[in-house]
Design a protein around this ligand. Structure first.
Ligand code: NAI
Length: 327
């Protein structure tokens, strides 16, 4: 058996955290030969609830679970972490403007970045799930100057998976036969789900049965963008199991590699590819190999896509400007 990998999770007693703990402990993150130690982090008022999660993890007797720690102290929680999934965040309260939300979250992700910088593995791979995820990742990254910048990412995999599900339902082709889906930009309503490079059973998605420009623009794009709100309306609570599943997909593919000629959507620090502002954490089509992601290059961008990619870039630049004092 391999040396256990340490996986830190913030907000571990919340909805998404509760799902993540059990999926990771059962081997879904790093495979059936990789033991894990869970390092669960919560704010002090939630430590009792977290104790309950730890008790349940013990009771599940997972063969791959080599240890569980629960703490409200960031430097204890992130110590030697190989992976950090940052889920805990401040939700938008009544009357709160986006700028207030950004700065409240800055108070969480700044200290978390500093703690990761101080004690985590020098190659810790960080995934920010807590919203506003892209800019929270930027804040954590800016506060961790000794860690590789490219190790700070944010989650758009749920949007990617939602897009696969919508296209599968429309075409009647199972989502495992759909490849090269792309979500560009911010994990917000400006995200741009792009089908122009997607293949359905090996053929261009835009020419697939049931797909035309009208469905794509008026149905598919808004449905993917607003799927989170639709889940809240139906379930009375926000997406949790699907969000945890997407977080696992994101880290697993980053760590173990993407499949053949397929790619995934990951919000990563922009290097200026496709004319996107360098530095913002922007969702691109990415392939992964040997624990490194790279942005898929050379895709042709038409006028329709360009306008949408630029709009979500603009939103990320504005978010970055709003938190400038925290960077
Ligand atoms: P939740 O409210 O059930 O759980 C959040 C947990 O985080 C709570 O237990 C809370 O005590 C904890 N927490 C808050 N501040 C913390 C801090 N500073 N340190 C450690 N823990 C802290 O929320 P849920 O449903 O688990 O969602 C968590 C976040 O994920 C939200 O920001 C939500 O908007 C976001 N989200 C992001 C998605 C994405 O696709 N990027 C998809 C779905 C949710």
């Amino acid at each position: 058996m391999n040396r256990p990998k340490r996986v830190a999770i913030t907000g571990a007693a919340g909805q998404i955290g509760y799902q993540l703990c059990f999926r990771i402990a059962s081997g879904d993150l790093l495979g059936p030969n990789q033991p894990v130690i869970l390092q669960l982090i919560e704010i002090a008022p939630a430590l009792d609830a977290l104790k309950g999660v730890v008790m349940e993890l013990e009771d599940a007797a997972f063969p791959l679970l080599a240890g569980v720690e629960a703490t409200a102290d960031l430097e204890t929680g992130f110590k030697d972490a190989d992976y950090a999934i940052l889920v805990g965040a401040k939700p938008r309260g009544p009357g709160m403007e986006r700028a207030d939300l950004l700065s409240e979250n800055g108070k969480i992700f700044g200290p978390q970045g500093r703690a990761l910088n101080a004690v985590a593995s020098r190659d810790v791979k960080v995934l920010v799930v807590g919203n506003p995820a892209n800019t929270n990742a930027l804040i954590a990254q800016a506060n961790a100057p000794d860690l590789p910048k490219e190790n700070f990412t944010a989650m758009t995999r749920l949007d990617h998976n939602r897009a696969l599900a919508q296209l599968a339902a429309r075409t009647g082709i199972h989502h495992t036969s759909i490849r090269q889906m792309t979500i560009w930009g911010n994990h917000s309503s400006t995200q741009y789900p792009d089908l122009h490079h997607t293949l359905v059973a090996g053929k261009p998605a835009m020419e697939a049965e049931g797909v035309d420009a009208s469905w794509y623009e008026s149905d598919f794009i808004p449905t993917v963008q607003q799927r989170g709100a639709a889940i809240i309306k139906a379930r009375g609570a926000s997406s949790a199991a699907s969000a945890a599943s997407a977080a696992i997909d994101h880290i697993r593919d980053w760590a173990l590699g993407t499949d053949g000629d397929d790619w995934v959507s990951m919000a990563v620090p922009s290097d200026g590819s496709y004319g996107i502002e360098p530095g913002v954490i922007y969702s691109f089509p990415c392939t992964c190999e040997n624990g490194q992601w790279s942005i898929v290059q050379g895709l042709e961008i038409n006028e329709f896509s360009r306008a949408r990619m630029d709009a979500t870039d603009q939103e990320l630049r504005e978010e970055r400007a709003a938190v400038e004092s925290l960077l």
